[in-house]
Each structure stands twice: as structure tokens, then as C-alpha cells.
Design a binder for this molecule. Structure first.
Ligand code: F6P
Length: 518
């Protein structure tokens, strides 16, 4: 049966028709409602009270979760069923933090031990470059899931990092990215980590090749590549053909999707930066969320509730985007990371039965840090014409310790979600000041920005994405749409360079090629 034909979906459509008579501001004082909408996991407090739902609607959402068998599907994922149907793969990223019942513990542990040995050698100075000096800089080369998570976490946990080691990232095929990563680096003390699950991704191939040339041109020592390049991949053959020493390769697995892979050897720069104890705390924080997700009923299950509210917002209240608003500069890359996690996973228009869907799936996710965004796009959030939803992330503890800054930061975060929910009724003659309100948001409060809390949060989003895909009946774990662009770029590259392999292009593309070649 189509999702939109289920009783649960129809009941929500009816509820949406009536919600306007219950402004969000009128729901906020209800303590019984609040008790159902606030949940704590570890050091993370999830406050859903500013979602525009009343108790009956909440119950309809619970019914939707039951009708779409979210819990049953979650159990199938966690035990390692091949739920990624289009690629015939299991989805076991939670096994990387010990949070799934699958039989892969042995291999996961072996790789974690190898990662830890490597990180300890690099951090302890026993891993030496070709001149005998210890490593001072790591350059991580990878893109998408092989980049976004590690950079987010390394930046977010900078306060936990070893100051003797700096981690740089190069992802874009734009040479400015690699050039800025390599600027001022000494090849004798630089270690490259080339991360590519497939080891065929264009950007990573081109960046890794240029990095190797940069290294060899400066050292004149091809034999030293082994001491200065490490690889993380499922494709050992391609990596060794590239020139990487097989002993310096760390495996990935087909049962971990790229955008869910930061818990694997893809996270080696995190381990190098913060060390084994903090890295383990990060994994343990994620495992805490895995356990919560596996064991809690829908009524208090944070990822399930997050996905249900998202469905309500996108499919019934017309929200056309999700704004991710971390009020913490250390989390500046959270929107970038979540863009891949949520949009590459759930930006689909065909369901798992290969049928076109007749409802919207993932809208645009975007965002940036507060309070900078308040002086850029919040005007639109408060007085624009479109519906949206927002996630606020704040850290309770003042970890910067610089006078009033932190309290003002928190005050601004709360003021923004308050304005979104409650709005402002301007007098008739001053309608330009009117702020309608009724914009739903979730506020996530960390007691501190610790490795454990960050792990808990990222795992919560991962499981939310899973639940959202289960509700929509789509496969959250493939990304066939990305492939088309990759294929199309090849003949255009040939046309631009005059190499064989070019193809007649459409008129608009042909004109641009001509312009770029003049
Ligand atoms: O963006 C498409 C994609 O396949 C992602 O899913 C993946 O994270 C990224 O490219 C990088 O792929 P790889 O790790 O194989 O280089």
C-alpha cells in the first residue's frame, strides 16, 4: 500500500488541517506535553518542545512509526540484514562502535588495533619521515564521506588535540584546496592519509597524484613514499598500483556506507589528533545512542522522534528546508557534514519497490553558526514567506572562558528559537514588524562539547536518517544520482583538453566549452 494511502498518513493530514487553530506558543506551557518531548541521552539533552505538535498529533506520529515498521526495520539493520537492496549490502556502521549484533567484531577490533598502533607511533614520534624526523603535519586527502566526518570532528575537538600535530584536509579537485593544505609544509615531516573507499574517486585520485608529485619533487626520493603515505580503502589493488605500501593500508568494508564511515579507519586523523582515549570516548558516545535507539520505545526514542517530527514538518506543514544552526564555532562544519548524511541518503524519488513516490522526501538542509547567521539569513527565517524547520545545537558549559561571550551566545540561541516559535504580533499600522512564528525547531543541549557527546549526537542523526528513510520507504544507503554527473564530466573533460573521448554536447554546454577554451 502506498504510504499516503495508510490510515496513519491520512490521520496526520487531518491533524495538519487543524493545527493552525493551535498556535505553537499556546502549546509551550503544557508540562505533560513537555515531559513527552524532552529526552536525555548521556550528556545530550534533546528538547522537541518547540515542534508544532500537540499530544493527539504526537500519537498519530507514533502510529505512523508503527505503520511503517520503523522498529522492525531498525532491528534488521542492526543484525546485519542486506537492507541496502540496490547494492546488495548490509548496513553496519553501528558495529564499528560495538553497537550492532553482527558478527564482524573480530575484524573491526583488528583494524582498530592497527589504527591505534599507527596513531601512537605518529603521536609518540616513533613513526619517522625519510630524514628521521617525527611527523608534525598530516594531510588527509578524501572527499564526501571520506572527508566530511573527519574534518568536522577534528575541528570540533581541537581542544582535545595534541598541539604538536596539525591535521590539514584537501577534498576539492580545485587545486586551491590542496595548495592551501600544503602551503608551508615540510615534506620531511608530513604524512599523507589517502582515504577512498573505492579508490576510484576522481577528486581523490587527482589530489593524491598531485600530493605524491609535490612530495617527490621536493625530496627526490621515490622510495620514501612508503613512510609518508598511508591509505584507507576497500580497494587494495588500486591503492598499491598507486604506489602505497600494502603494510600501510587500512581496510574499509562494503557494509559501511561512505557517509557513515567516520567511525572506521576513515577516522584515523581523528585518532591521531585526539589520541586513543578520546577517540574511544567518541565511539562510546555513539554506542550509547545505538543502545538507546535499539532499546527505547518510539515514545522516547530520540532518532525515531526526530524522524517523525521531520516527516510532520516536511510532508504535512510544508517545511521546504532544514536549517542546522550550531551556536558554537567548533561545530561550524556540522551543516556540511549533515548535508551529505541527510541529503545523499534521503534525497530520493523512488521507493524500495522501485516505484515513484507521491510525497516529498528530504528537502534542502543548510545552515551555519549563530550568531553570524543572525546577521545574514535570519531575517528571512523570521519574516520570509516559506515554511522551514530548524535544529539548534548549543553547549551549556563555557569552555572558552572569556567573560560574557558564552552567556550572550546562549541568550541569542534561545532568543532565536523563541522568536521562531512565538513570533511577534505587530500593531496593524506596523505590519513590517510582524513576525508570524509557528516555525518548528529542536534544541539540542550538550553539557560540554566532549568526544562522547559529539559521538552521541552524530549517531543520533545517523539513526534519524535511517528512520526517515524507513518511513518514506526509500533506500537511504545508495546514491545513484551522484553517478550521472561523474559520467558526464569525462567527455566534457576530453572536449576541454582536446583529448580522445569527447562527445557532441548539448548546445548550451558546447557554448560554455567554447567560451572556456578561448
Ligand atoms: O558522493 C558520492 C560518493 O560516492 C560518496 O558516497 C562517498 O562518500 C564519496 O563519493 C567518496 O567516495 P570514496 O570514498 O570511494 O572516494
Amino acid at each position: 500500500m502506498s504510504l499516503t494511502a495508510t490510515d496513519a498518513w491520512k490521520a496526520l493530514a487531518t491533524a495538519a488541517n487543524g493545527i493552525a487553530s493551535q498556535p505553537l506558543k499556546d502549546l509551550l506551557a503544557d508540562e505533560a506535553r513537555a515531559a513527552q518531548l524532552i529526552h536525555t541521552v548521556g550528556g545530550c539533552y534533546f528538547d522537541f518542545t518547540k515542534q508544532w505538535v500537540d499530544i493527539p498529533t504526537l500519537e498519530r506520529l507514533h502510529e505512523l512509526a508503527a505503520a511503517t515498521e520503523v522498529s522492525t526495520r531498525a532491528a534488521a539493520m542492526l543484525r546485519g540484514d542486506p537492507i541496502n537492496q540496490s547494492e546488495g549490502r548490509a548496513v553496519l556502521h553501528s558495529a564499528l562502535r560495538g553497537g550492532a549484533a553482527a558478527n564482524v567484531d573480530g575484524e573491526v577490533r583488528a583494524v582498530q588495533e592497527k589504527m591505534t598502533d599507527l596513531a601512537n607511533a605518529i603521536r609518540g614520534g616513533t613513526w619517522r619521515g625519510y630524514t628521521g624526523k617525527p611527523i608534525t603535519d598530516i594531510v588527509h586527502i578524501g572527499i564526501g564521506g571520506s572527508h566530511l566526518g573527519p574534518e568536522l570532528v577534528v575541528r570540533a575537538l581541537a581542544d582535545y588535540a595534541d598541539p604538536r600535530l596539525t591535521v590539514h584536509f584537501a577534498a576539492n579537485i580545485d587545486a586551491h584546496d590542496l595548495r592551501s593544505a600544503l602551503k608551508h609544509l615540510n615534506p620531511a615531516t608530513t604524512l599523507f592519509i589517502v582515504v577512498s573507499k573505492s579508490f576510484t574517486t576522481l577528486e581523490t585520485q587527482v589530489n593524491a597524484t598531485s600530493a605524491r608529485s609535490w612530495f617527490v619533487e621536493r625530496t627526490g626520493n621515490v622510495d620514501a613514499i612508503a613512510q609518508h603515505f598511508i591509505g584507507v580503502t576497500t580497494n587494495e589493488e588500486a591503492a598499491s598500483a598507486f604506489g602505497l605500501d600494502v603494510d600501510n593500508l587500512l581496510p574499509m568494508w562494503d557494509w559501511v556506507g561512505g557517509r557513515y564511515s567516520l567511525w572506521s579507519a576513515v577516522g584515523l586523523p581523528i585518532l591521531c589528533a585526539v589520541g586513543p582515549a578520546h577517540h574511544q570516548a567518541f565511539l562510546d558516545g555513539a554506542k550509547l545512542m545505538d543502545t538507546h535507539f535499539a532499546e527505547m520505545p518510539v515514545e522516547s526514542n530520540v532518532p525515531m522522534l526526530s524522524a517523525l517530527f521531520a516527516t510532520w514538518n516536511y510532508n504535512f506543514l510544508g517545511a521546504g528546508s532544514l536549517a542546522v544552526l550550531p551556536y558554537d564555532e567548533r561545530l561550524a562544519l556540522l551543516p556540511d557534514y549533515l548535508q551529505q548524511l541527510e541529503m545523499e541518503s534521503n534525497g530520493k524519488s523512488v521507493n524500495i519497490d522501485n516505484q515513484s513516490v507521491d510525497y516529498h522526501t528530504m528537502p534542502i538542509l543548510w545552515g551555519g553558526t549563530g550568531t553570524k547567521g543572525q546577521h545574514a539569513y535570519h531575517q528571512l527565517l523570521h519574516q520570509g514567506t516559506r515554511a522551514y524547520a530548524a535544529d539548534f545545537v548549543v553547549v551549556a558549559r563555557d569552555e572558552a572562558g572569556l567573560g560574557e561571550h558564552h552567556t550572550w551566545l546562549l541568550a541569542n540561541a534561545l532568543a532565536q528559537s523563541q522568536a521562531m516559535a512565538i513570533g511577534y504580533d505587530a500593531p496593524a499600522e506596523q505590519q513590517y514588524r510582524n513576525v508570524p512564528g509557528n516555525h518548528p525547531s529542536t534544541t539540542i543541549v550538550f553539557d560540554e562539547l566532549s568526544p562522547a557527546n559529539l559521538g552521541t549526537l552524530l549517531a543520533a542523526y545517523e539513526h534519524k536518517v535511517f528512520c526517515q528513510g524507513a518511513i518514506w520507504g526509500i533506500n537511504s544507503f545508495d546514491q545513484w544520482g551522484v553517478e550521472l554527473g561523474k559520467q558526464l564530466a569525462k567527455p566534457i573533460f576530453a572536449e576541454l583538453t582536446g583529448q580522445p573521448g569527447g562527445e557532441a554536447q548539448d548546445a548550451a554546454t558546447a557554448r560554455l566549452i567554447k567560451q572556456l577554451k578561448t
